[in-house]
Design a protein around this ligand. Structure first.
Ligand code: SF4
Length: 470
C-alpha cells in the first residue's frame, strides 16, 4: 500500500458470519480480503450458542491467527475486525472486536468509522460513574447500550445508536444473535450476503467473493439488522435520509473488485480517469499509473485521451512492514523500496503520471523525480480526485490540515513543489459524475467533505481529528 508513505491511511474492515459450523475460518478468509483496510491488528469473536470466545492481536491476519487458534474458535457465528488505529492508540486493549462479559452474558463489538461526539459522550459517561477500559470510541457505544439494559437488547442498541454521531458500521454479537448497524448517512460501506443458509456481512463485497458468498444488498443507512437462529429481522433506528457514502472509498480505499452501493470500484476509477482526460488533456507519449490504486484511473485516462497506457512504474510487492527501511542518506543515493520506474518505457518520453490523490505531496515529488531520473522528458501529473483541503472526521486518516499540501498551497505551488511539468486535479463535479454517472447531484451525492469542506454531519466544537486525539 502506498497509503502509508502518502499519509492516506485506511480505516478498518469488519466481517461476520451467522449460521455456519466453520464461521471462524470463513471470517479469517473474509478478513484476509479486507486486509487492505487495516494492518495494525485483527481479531475474531465466535459464539457456540453458550459462550463467546475471542482471539486478537497486533499485526496482519497471518501473524495473529494460526490454524490451532482458529480451531479453538469453534462455533456457529463469528464477527471479525481488521484495524488501522483511527481513534484511540494502537494498544492491545483497543484491538477489536471488543468483548465485554457480565453475569447476564457476553457482548462483542466491532466498529468501522469514527464518532464525532465521542469526546462529549465519554465525559458524560465518566461523570456518571462508568469506567472506560480502552481509549477507543467504540467502547462508548457498549456503555450507552449497557445503560439501557432495562430494555430488550435490540431496543437498547437502537437507543444507544441514536446518541452517537458520525460514521459507523457496527457488528455486535451476543451468544444468541448478531446485530448489524449502519449510521444514518451510511458513510462507511457495509453489505449483506449469504452462503447457503448462512448470513454474511462485510465492509466490502470482495470478501464475499473469496468465500463464494452471494451479495444480497447494502445495509441501509439507519438500519439495524438482527440475525439469529430464528432468521433475519430489519429495523430502523433513524428516519431514512440521503446516503452520503465516503467518496474516498471509490477513489482509493476499496479494492477494485468490490462493488460499493452496486457500483464497481474499478469501473468507477476508470470513469474518473476518463473525466480527468476530458477536463485536463495534455499532449504526451505514454500514460502510466501509480500502482496499485491508480492503475484503473490511468487506464481510463489513456483510453479517453487516445495515448498508450504503459507500465511506467512497478511496485515491489515484497516490502513488508518489518522490512528494514533505508536511511535518509541511502534514499538520497537512490535506494528505492516501494516503487521503481521502468526506464525502457519512460526514457525520452512525455509521460502522464496518474495518481489517485495527493495528501502531503512527498510521494508525488519522489515519483516525479524517479521518472525524470529514468529519462522521462516531461512528467505531467494528473490526479483522479479533487485537492484534499480538509481533514476527515469519519475514520479516515487524511492527515491534519497542517500537513495537507492542498490546504496550504495553490495548484501552481504544488506543481512546483513536486517538480511536475504540469498538474491538474479532477473537479468535485467530475468525481461525482464518475461515481454516480449522473444519477446524483453534488448536493445529494457521496461525502466529499475532505475536498469541499461540506461535512454531512454536525462537527462538534471539540471534535478533534482522530490523529490529533491519538
Ligand atoms: S471527509 Fe473525505 S475521507 Fe472522510 S468520509 Fe468524507 S469523503 Fe471520505
Amino acid at each position: 500500500m502506498l497509503g502509508e508513505i502518502k499519509g492516506l491511511n485506511e480505516e478498518c474492515g469488519i466481517f461476520g458470519v451467522w449460521g455456519h459450523p466453520e464461521s471462524a475460518q470463513l471470517t479469517y478468509y473474509g478478513l484476509h480480503a479486507l486486509q487492505h483496510r487495516g494492518q495494525e491488528g485483527a481479531g475474531i469473536v465466535t459464539t457456540d450458542g453458550e459462550q463467546l470466545k475471542l482471539h486478537k492481536g497486533h499485526g496482519l491476519i497471518n501473524d495473529v491467527f494460526s490454524q490451532d487458534q482458529l480451531k479453538e474458535l469453534h462455533g456457529k457465528a463469528s464477527i471479525g475486525h481488521v484495524r488501522y488505529a483511527t481513534a484511540g492508540d494502537g494498544g492491545y486493549e483497543n484491538i477489536q472486536p471488543l468483548l465485554f462479559r457480565s453475569q447476564t452474558g457476553g457482548f462483542a463489538l466491532a466498529h468501522n468509522g469514527n464518532l464525532v461526539n465521542a469526546h462529549a459522550l465519554k465525559s458524560q459517561l465518566e461523570a456518571q460513574g462508568s469506567i472506560l477500559q480502552t481509549t477507543s470510541d467504540t467502547e462508548v457505544v457498549a456503555h450507552l447500550i449497557k445503560r439501557a439494559r432495562h430494555l430488550p437488547l435490540a431496543d437498547a442498541i437502537s437507543e444507544g445508536l441514536t446518541m452517537i454521531k458520525g460514521a459507523y458500521a457496527f457488528l455486535m454479537m451476543t451468544e444468541e444473535a448478531m446485530y448489524v448497524a449502519n449510521d444514518p448517512r451510511g458513510l462507511r460501506p457495509l453489505c449483506l450476503g449469504y452462503l447457503g443458509d448462512s448470513w454474511v456481512v462485510s465492509s466490502e463485497t470482495c470478501a464475499f467473493d473469496i468465500i463464494g458468498a452471494t451479495y444480497e444488498r447494502e445495509v441501509m443507512p439507519g438500519e439495524l439488522l438482527i440475525i439469529s437462529d430464528e432468521g433475519i429481522e430489519s429495523r430502523r433506528f433513524s428516519a431514512p435520509i440521503q446516503r452520503t457514502l465516503c467518496s474516498m472509498e471509490y477513489v482509493y480505499f476499496s479494492r477494485p473488485d468490490s462493488d460499493l452501493d452496486g457500483k464497481n470500484v474499478h469501473a468507477s476509477r476508470k470513469r474518473m480517469g476518463k473525466s480527468l482526460a476530458k477536463e485536463a488533456p495534455i499532449e504526451a507519449d505514454v500514460v502510466t499509473g501509480v500502482p496499485d490504486s491508480s492503475i484503473s484511473a490511468a487506464i481510463g485516462y489513456a483510453e479517453e485521451a487516445g495515448i498508450p497506457y504503459e507500465l511506467g512504474l512497478i511496485k515491489n510487492r515484497y516490502v513488508g512492514r518489518t522490512f528494514i527501511q533505508p536511511s535518509q542518506e541511502l534514499r538520497e543515493q537512490g535506494v528505492k523500496m516501494k516503487l521503481s520506474p521502468v526506464r525502457g518505457i519512460v526514457e525520452g518520453k512525455r509521460v502522464v503520471m496518474v495518481d489517485d490523490s495527493i495528501v502531503r505531496g512527498t510521494t508525488s515529488r519522489r515519483i516525479v523525480k524517479m521518472l525524470k531520473e529514468a529519462g522521462a522528458k516531461e512528467v505531467h501529473v494528473r490526479i483522479a480526485s479533487p485537492p484534499i483541503k480538509n481533514p476527515c472526521y469519519y475514520g479516515i486518516d487524511t492527515s491534519n490540515s497542517g500537513e495537507l499540501i492542498a490546504a496550504n498551497h495553490s495548484i501552481e505551488e504544488i506543481q512546483q513543489i513536486i517538480g511536475a511539468d504540469s498538474l491538474s486535479f479532477l473537479t468535485p463535479e467530475g468525481l461525482n459524475e464518475a461515481i454516480y454517472e449522473g444519477q446524483e447531484s453534488l448536493e445529494h451525492g457521496g461525502c466529499m467533505a475532505c475536498f469541499t469542506g461540506n461535512y454531512p454531519t454536525e462537527i462538534y466544537p471539540n471534535t478533534a481529528h482522530p490523529y490529533e486525539k491519538a
